[in-house]
Design a protein around this ligand. Structure first.
Ligand code: ZN
Length: 289
């Protein structure tokens, strides 16, 4: 999920609070990670007992997202993956997202491949599907629908808005017919959405089948450590990539480091502002007294 400027400010505040609670002088990356988890996923459920079977499914699933995003050139880089459950999720893959005004069609398609990575990994490694992918599937389907219906990214539909509203009941009456599109158009939308999803899933399967050994190793490592940081993720991947993949992977790694630097800068800025306002408070207090 992405962060807007306002979300980022909120995140920085939350991270500052967490750092302060640990009596740190400086906000560190781990505070950001925890803040992000808290803001987006709810508090950690450390007390919950998780079976090894569930843990394995989660690890394989999350690593599927990680590896897909590593070998897609346009999507956001991963910087951390964890199987520590929070809120309703069994695990989480953390993407770093830069603020963008526009998203290209290839970016959207790759995002859907990334979302399919979890389910595809279960398919490739466990030869079994779990309910854990339901949120990914929902988000992927929603993106595909928007591409077809709102963003003019389907050749068959063309650059026009077509609304295919789910049947809505208003005051007891079904008003879906007021948003009328022809049955034929509805069928084209369905087949276009289905094609985007199917092809993305196949692409995810292709990436992960080609990196099966890495997928297994990384999932084992994640089960053992519960959280993997970007350094560990990329260090492990080094042993499983071909020569022509080295440059792309290095680029991706550098991109994450650069974004991390931006985060640190934002944190330092926030810290400066905080200490300034604290000084003001102190001064005000002194004046009152
Ligand atoms: Zn997932």
């Amino acid at each position: 999920s992405g962060f807007s400027g306002a979300d980022l400010a909120n995140l920085v505040n939350e991270a500052a609070l967490l750092a302060a609670r640990k009596e740190k002088k400086k906000i560190e990356m781990e505070d950001f990670d925890e803040a992000k988890d808290k803001v987006t996923l709810g508090k950690a459920r450390k007390s919950k007992v998780i079976t090894d079977v569930d843990k394995k499914i989660t690890a394989v699933h999350e690593v599927g997202h990680v590896i897909c995003s590593m070998f897609l050139d346009k999507v956001e880089p991963i910087h951390k993956v964890t199987i520590i459950p929070r809120g309703f999720t069994g695990g989480a893959t953390h993407f770093m997202q830069t603020d963008k005004s526009y998203y290209s069609k290839s970016y959207m398609l790759q995002s859907i491949v990334g979302l399919m990575g979890g389910r595809a990994a279960e398919d490739v490694i466990l030869k079994e599907l779990s309910t854990g992918a339901s949120n990914d599937i929902e988000r992927a389907t929603d993106l595909a629908k928007q591409m077809v219906c709102n963003w003019g990214m389907s050749e068959k539909i063309g650059p026009m808005t077509v609304s295919k509203k789910e049947s809505q009941v208003f005051l007891g009456r079904d008003i879906s017919h007021t948003e009328s599109i022809s049955e034929q158009t509805a069928q084209i939308i369905d087949s276009e959405v289905r094609e985007i999803i199917t092809k993305s899933y196949e692409k995810a399967i292709a990436i992960l089948s080609g990196k099966k050994e890495l997928l297994e190793k990384m999932a084992d490592m994640l089960m053992e450590k519960e959280t993997l940081e970007v350094e560990e993720i990329f260090a492990l991947a080094q042993d499983y990539i071909s020569e022509d993949e080295v440059a792309d992977l290095e680029k991706k790694y550098k991109a994450i480091k650069d974004i991390k630097k931006e985060f640190d800068k934002a944190a330092a800025e926030e810290e400066k502002n905080n200490s300034l306002s604290n000084d003001d408070e102190e001064k005000n207090k002194a004046e009152v007294e």
